[in-house]
Design a protein around this ligand. Structure first.
Ligand SMILES: Cc1ncc(COP(=O)(O)O)c(C=O)c1O
Length: 474
């Protein structure tokens, strides 16, 4: 039996499912559900619980069961009760270990997950990937499975250089390509090398992803500064004032806000880097997906000795492959390859050789051609649902990628919307946690790559209910 939110203003939401055939006594089950409700914040301090008689009738148990549950929780300090008065949720007892703040990602009630946009792994091209693996296993001489150089096997470096020069307009040569375990390792290696060469200050876009370069640079003793991002990407004037030795940019599709850096801004960034002797890292994480026109070419092609190009299979094939690549200025190749050898003796040969075969046979292009319309339909479904149900949210950015930011109107508090969404079964991230400045307009990051159109519409419906709830409480 589930009793939920029957009288939510007064009792709070209290989902209670009793297992009458299980070994756990009923009063313990009722107590555990209330305790969990208090810990998660679902039952806020001061919430009145239903009178024992009412609660017992709703649950179909004897009043003694509820009395015992309440008394136990009063004894533990979760509840306070006065004779003849209501039982209420106590001030948070200091001796009770606080649970982490209500997570943005809901637990078992999760219905729609707008989490990060990663490749839809359900669409991983298993058959063609398997054919590539099989060909490698049949045709590759044994010595190709010995330790490789830190740069990776030449087959994949050649195939990638061809692909990137053709599709992303890079100026890559097999000698300047390095294979690593995703972008996360790419920045780890680069930062280690550059810190050793004296780099002291890293500039990152603000907002930007918070779980790769920033903590790594801080751990390497570098100062990390945030450069504000506008609708067209990073604020170049602020970068010029930043005194940074190194900047990481997502110029083709700013993560998360979705802008694209203009040609003038790119030129200005490169002039700045030249003047300072600084380095630009171009995180080209999802540039394969542009839905309205050809993607803008990579910056690296303009200045291959100033720009490190970083790519990843996480948005195109699967993040679990841990497959990424760098195109490096020549003066960095040996040091980054040495750092890679030190880190793990090089990426696994079988995956590299398989990816080389996959690329060289055009399977990567075919897979992307197949996926682009799928992701585009999901993005369109999201935009249509937002326009219909939440028209005062303002979608940002270009028609590209696997995620979308929508700005919230000023009356909506981002954290309150994220928490209410979680209560309604929708996982969605706010923009603010990705801001270094921690202030700025509120917004939501919708990853739409791994959910079908119908679920997207349902998710926005549930989110609209959550937003209505937030507004009704304001
Ligand atoms: C901004 C950004 N860069 C790069 C990546 C790729 O990271 P990795 O290759 O370590 O999975 C992601 C992953 O989703 C990302 O969001």
């Amino acid at each position: 039996m589930a009793v939920s939110g029957t009288n939510s203003g007064r009792y709070g939401d209290l989902p209670l499912i009793l297992d009458r055939s299980g070994p756990e006594a009923l009063h313990r089950q009722v107590g555990a559900a209330i305790r969990a409700g208090i810990r998660s914040g679902r039952l806020a301090v001061g919430t009145r619980l239903p009178p024992t008689r009412t609660m017992a009738a709703e649950l179909g148990v004897s009043r003694g069961v509820v009395v015992e549950a309440y008394q136990q929780l009063i004894a533990e300090g979760y509840l306070t009760g006065r004779t003849g008065g209501y039982t209420t949720v106590a001030e948070w007892p200091r001796h009770v270990a606080a649970e982490p703040a209500a997570p943005a990602t809901p637990g078992p009630d999760l219905r729609v997950d707008f989490g990060y946009g990663r490749a839809d792994v359900a669409s991983f091209p298993r058959q063609t990937w398997l054919r590539s693996i099989r060909r490698v296993m049949v045709e590759t001489p044994g010595d190709r499975f010995l330790y490789s150089t830190g740069q990776g096997v030449v087959e994949v470096r050649t195939a990638l250089a061809d692909y990137l020069n053709r599709v992303r307009g890079t100026a890559a040569h097999p000698d300047t390509v390095l294979i690593c375990n995703g972008y996360a390792q790419a920045v780890t290696l680069l930062i280690a090398v550059l810190a050793r060469r004296g780099a002291r200050r890293l500039a990152v876009e603000d907002p930007s992803s918070d779980d790769d370069a920033r903590p790594i640079a801080a751990a390497a003793g570098m100062e990390v500064v945030g450069i504000p991002v506008g609708p067209d990407g990073v604020d170049v004037a602020a970068l010029e004032r930043s005194d940074a030795d190194l900047v990481i940019l997502t110029p083709s599709h700013q993560w998360p806000t979705g802008g694209v850096l203009s040609a003038q801004a790119r030129a200005a960034v490169l002039h700045w880097a030249d003047r300072r002797g600084a380095l630009v890292v171009e995180d080209d994480y999802d540039a394969e997906y542009r839905y309205d026109r050809q993607p803008v070419g990579a910056m690296q092609g303009l200045a291959p000795e100033r720009v490190v190009y970083a790519g990843s299979a996480s948005k195109t094939l699967a993040p679990g492959l841990r497959l990424g690549w760098l195109v490096l200025p020549r003066h960095l190749v040996a040091d980054v390859a040495a750092a890679k050898v030190l880190a793990d003796r090089g990426s696994p040969a079988l995956e590299q050789l398989s990816f080389a075969d996959f690329l060289a046979r055009g399977e990567f292009d075919r897979h992307l051609r197949r996926m682009r319309p799928v992701y585009r339909r999901r993005r369109d479904a999201l935009l249509a649902a937002l326009a219909a149900r939440l028209p005062d949210l303002e979608p940002a950015g270009i028609a590209a990628g696997l995620h979308l930011v929508a700005w919230l109107p000023p009356d909506l508090d981002e954290a309150a919307v994220v928490a209410a969404a979680a209560r309604h079964g929708v996982a969605v991230h706010g923009v603010t946690p990705y801001r270094m400045a921690r202030t700025g307009p509120g917004g939501l990051v919708f990853g739409y790559s791994s959910i079908g159109e119908r679920a997207i519409t349902t998710g926005v419906d549930l989110l609209a209910d959550a937003v209505a709830e937030v507004r009704s409480r304001a």
